[in-house]
Design a protein around this ligand. Structure first.
Ligand code: SF4
Ligand code: SF4
Length: 169
């Protein structure tokens, strides 16, 4: 399809009308800017939406054991292949557990597929977003780190063991 260019007058070709129109819109909005849109971070924090997807963490079941059954669905579905699991056997009813479970947060794109695909709600994208580090190797979270982060509030009510006194957050 060929588009016809509109014919501009000499005055329009100076671009002044468009600039003046733009300035008029800007000035029209100035009296409406009452609420500040900046925060004095880190003293003042964002109130995150309930469904905010931050860093993935591992959850501990009400029996005190990690919920993960090492099915590896999350590892297969993860687009940047950030998850790495080494399965082990356990005497518990679930039979398998993750001997090792790492997530490379330098690769994670916060897509939430791991949470969606997990059949036992063992992995959850919590509200953590302060993850920057100068060393990329420290962005590879171990199972212990992921479980510790998962035991901090907010919790999935009635579905996981909350942090109690003596637990390391
Ligand atoms: S949120 Fe997405 S990218 Fe991050 S670990 Fe889960 S599946 Fe992988
Ligand atoms: S976190 Fe869920 S999906 Fe991933 S291995 Fe464990 S049980 Fe399977």
């Amino acid at each position: 399809m060929k588009l016809q260019r509109p014919k501009l007058t000499w005055w329009e070709r100076t671009y002044f009308p468009a600039i003046l129109q733009g300035l008029a819109i800007t000035f029209r909005h100035i009296p409406r800017i009452k609420k500040r849109v900046t925060l004095e971070y880190p003293e003042v924090r964002w109130e995150l939406p309930k469904k905010y997807r931050g860093a993935p963490v591992l959850l501990t079941g009400l029996d005190g054991h990690e919920k993960c059954t090492s099915c590896k669905l999350c590892q297969f579905i993860c687009p940047p292949r950030a998850i790495n699991i080494v399965a082990g056997e356990t005497d518990l009813a679930k039979e398998k557990f993750p001997r090792e479970f790492t997530i490379d947060m330098g690769l994670c794109i916060f897509c939430g597929y791991c949470q969606e695909v997990c059949p036992v709600e063992a992995i959850w994208l919590k509200d953590e977003y302060e993850l920057a580090d100068y060393d990329r190797t420290r962005l590879i979270y171990t199972k212990e780190e992921l479980l510790a982060r998962g035991r901090k509030p907010p919790y999935l009510p009635g579905k996981e063991k909350p942090l109690t006194e003596g637990d390391k957050p």
